[in-house]
Write a protein that binds this ligand. Structure first.
Ligand code: WT7
Length: 704
């Protein structure tokens, strides 16, 4: 009992005190010498008294049809409007202006997953031709026009960038759904965004085998129809021209192969539409705490200015660099830092089709060597995985990175050090960039030429972004106090989403309600942005991000809401109740474990577990596949009937379950614990001992 009481009292604040301060790594001199930001005067230019005008420096990196009148309009707080009165086109900025200056310069290098397939080099001139032709097709053949939404469900192919840029050219709002998501997940997003056109591909390679992707389009269209949205056209790019990689029939009058239609538009040019800075460029769906996905709606002017500026200073992109970000374009990282940021700066961006460890752990380093990649960008999950499959591999290849990024999850200091010493060969500056789908671009990072790195910390707020940590009552938690709290951003910045598509109330509720000082205020100072992450700030001002404070599980850098996982499990007719919890995983950070109870008259069986797994893969996708499904006779619950996720999360992670005496049914806990933990031990699946922060996360999971 005293044991329980003790673990119960370990709060995030106490844990932070126990952290060891990591040593600093100064930026490598050769990096500093060539860095875009090497003069500390930049901090002056972005000092708080220069807000919001400081961000005109980013906007000026773009070519505008008409300059803005107002930098930041707060009159409809917190729906901030940036660069109001300005007009521009994102496609023009990412393609035309570079094609005019330097048509033969390589814009995109595409690396197919199969090593024997040919690497594709697409120049800016060629990209312009493709974007023009596809824009002509979209407008004429698909009848799309400014303001329409269109859903894309495409893999990592250059045609995805072409499609996005063609939409941007017309002012059509694209909503790319991660290719690994299921047809149903795609259908839900089609319905939410009100798209009548779906753009997809027949198939793509993943881990060495051709995936049938078109089958998901049929499921998506059916699901969208169930939710009241009719799709009248499906445009299908083909992975290999003239071949069809899918088993599914082509639906007459609905499905069209792009390569069969595009000939009609050969050589056509489409004038980029001059759009308002405050019009929308795209939607990017992300998980929240309720089942309905949130479409983060991003602007053209503010977003493009922000990703261009941050790509220049934080990714240190110069036009003659070869930049490779291993993320998927289907996530915000790929939108901002594979497509829009790098192309806006006129650099060469690499798009790789497949998984990093195919066919072996040396693949990324072979690609880097062959292409002369000098800027590399990936996630802690990939780093952990590449370290596991080939710790010495990087030294076998003669590439040199000047700069590397880690993004998406907290990185353990020892993993960071492997990245630095082995992948970076101790030559590269590293940035640990902390941000979110909603924020468009980076929030926290060191400025690579000017601020030292510290493993495990993202660094201070980026230029012009002022983070603060609040406790539950809205009091500021001072830096160096060793106490953790909710990290918020005090001010707006140009990359912030405009709203949640179709759910403006939810936008306010989720991101602003908690710390808003006056709902009628038009003053941005009254509207701190609530990030949903726990964090602690060291004496030097650097932030260490602890992870989500809501019911979101971060699997390999991808956010999965417990509600969407549970709703998926509940589509199995025999399931009565379901609860999703995280388990600590040494490669993917966290994985999902499902607990379900069955309706009366049904028995636990491997088949039943399989049904739950299939349901989750069907509703969400393979990334959400649970590590285990535990069928339990009854869920531990409070007297008011709430499932105690922290209790089962503790069981799954072999952590102390704490005091369960106040539950409505404390007696079920021990049975569940024995069953789950014995099974795991027998499978060799017992986790290592958890760190204090991990323990705190698990033992508080779902306590909101
Ligand atoms: C959540 C946002 C950022 C684009 C990709 C993920 C976590 C993100 C870091 C980092 C620690 C991080 C946070 C955040 N996160 N970057 N460098 N260190 N945690 O975007 O899917 O919207 O997820 O990812 O918890 O809130 P996302």
């Amino acid at each position: 009992m005293s044991d329980n009481a003790e673990t119960q009292e370990v709060s995030e604040s106490q844990i932070a005190v126990h952290w060891r301060e990591e040593e600093y790594f100064p930026p490598p001199p050769a990096f500093v010498q060539q860095a875009n930001a090497s003069d500390p005067a930049i901090f002056e230019r972005f000092s708080e008294d220069k807000f919001p005008d400081c961000f005109t420096e980013y906007a000026e990196l773009l070519t505008w049809d008409k300059p803005w009148d107002t930098v930041l309009d707060t009159s409809n707080a917190p729906f901030w409007r940036w660069f109001v009165g300005g007009k521009l086109n994102a496609s023009y900025n990412c393609v035309d202006r570079h094609a005019a200056a330097n048509p033969d310069k390589t814009a995109i290098i595409w690396v197919p997953e199969l090593e024997d397939d040919e690497t594709l080099y697409i120049s800016y001139g060629e990209l312009l031709r493709q974007v023009n032709e596809f824009a002509a097709l979209l407008s004429d053949y698909a009848g799309l026009k400014r303001g329409d939404r269109v859903t894309l469900h495409m893999p990592m192919v250059p045609e995805l960038a072409v499609t996005m840029l063609a939409c941007a050219r017309l002012g059509v709002v694209h909503s790319q759904v991660f290719g690994g998501f299921s047809g149903n997940a795609c259908g839900t997003r089609i319905a939410d965004s009100g798209s009548r056109v779906l753009i997809t591909m027949d198939g793509y390679y993943r881990a060495g085998s051709m995936q049938d992707h078109k089958v998901k389009a049929d499921e998506a269209v059916a699901e969208a129809a169930r939710q009241g949205q009719h799709v009248d056209q499906v445009l299908i790019w083909r992975r290999r021209e003239g071949e069809y990689q899918s088993q599914t029939p082509i639906v007459d009058g609905r499905d069209f192969f792009v390569d069969e239609v595009i000939g009609k538009y050969a050589g056509q040019e489409v004038t980029p539409v001059s759009l308002n800075a405050t019009d929308s460029l795209f939607l990017m769906y992300t998980s929240g705490t309720t089942g309905r996905p949130k479409g983060a709606q991003h602007s053209i002017g503010g977003y493009l200015a922000y990703v261009t500026g941050t790509a220049k200073y934080y990714q240190d992109i110069h036009p003659d660099d070869v930049y490779w970000c291993l993320a998927d374009i289907g996530w915000i990282t790929g939108h901002s830092y594979i497509v829009y940021g790098p192309l806006s700066l006129g650099t060469t961006t690499v798009i790789y089709e497949g998984v990093p460890n195919y066919p072996d752990g040396g693949r990324p380093w072979r690609i880097a060597e062959k292409l002369g990649v000098n800027i590399f960008h990936t996630s802690p999950t990939s780093i952990r995985m590449l370290r596991k499959v080939g710790p010495e591999e990087p030294f076998k290849y003669h590439y040199h990175f000047k700069h590397m990024t880690t993004v998406g999850e907290p990185i353990e200091p020892e993993v960071w050090r492997w990245y630095y010493n082995f992948v970076g060969k101790s030559e590269a500056a590293i940035v640990d960039t902390w941000w979110q789908t909603e924020t468009g671009g980076f929030l926290g990072s060191t400025l690579p030429g000017l601020q030292p790195m510290k493993p495990g910390s993202c660094g201070p707020g980026v230029l012009g972004v002022y983070p603060v940590i609040y406790d539950e009552d809205g009091n500021e938690v001072p830096k160096g106090s060793g106490r953790a709290g909710n990290i918020c951003i005090r001010n707006p910045w140009p990359g912030i989403m405009q709203t949640v598509w179709g759910q403006p109330e939810r936008f306010i509720d989720v991101y602003y309600r908690k710390y808003n000082r006056d709902p009628n205020s038009k003053d941005w100072h009254d509207w701190p942005y609530f990030c949903g992450d726990g964090a602690v700030q060291a004496e030097d001002g650097y932030f260490r991000i602890l992870g989500r404070v809501d019911d979101v599980i971060n699997v390999a850098g991808h956010r999965l809401g417990t509600k969407e996982l549970e709703s998926a499990a509940l589509t199995v007719p025999e399931v009565a109740e379901a609860a999703a919890v995280p388990v600590i995983d040494d490669i993917r950070g966290r994985m999902v474990e499902m607990y379900v109870s069955l309706k009366p008259g049904y028995e636990a069986s491997p088949e039943m577990e399989g049904k739950v797994v299939t349901a989750i893969e069907t509703e969400i996708g393979k990334i959400a596949r649970p590590k285990n499904v535990w069928i339990v006779p009854d869920m531990p619950k409070t007297r008011s009937g709430k499932i105690m996720r922290r209790v089962i999360a503790s069981v799954s992670n072999f952590a102390d379950v704490g005091d369960v005496t106040t539950l409505a049914n404390p007696e079920v806990v021990e049975g569940i614990r024995q069953h789950v933990q014995r099974t795991k031990v027998a499978k060799g699946d017992a986790p290592r001992e958890l760190s204090e922060t991990e323990l705190a996360e698990i033992q508080a999971f779902g306590d909101v």
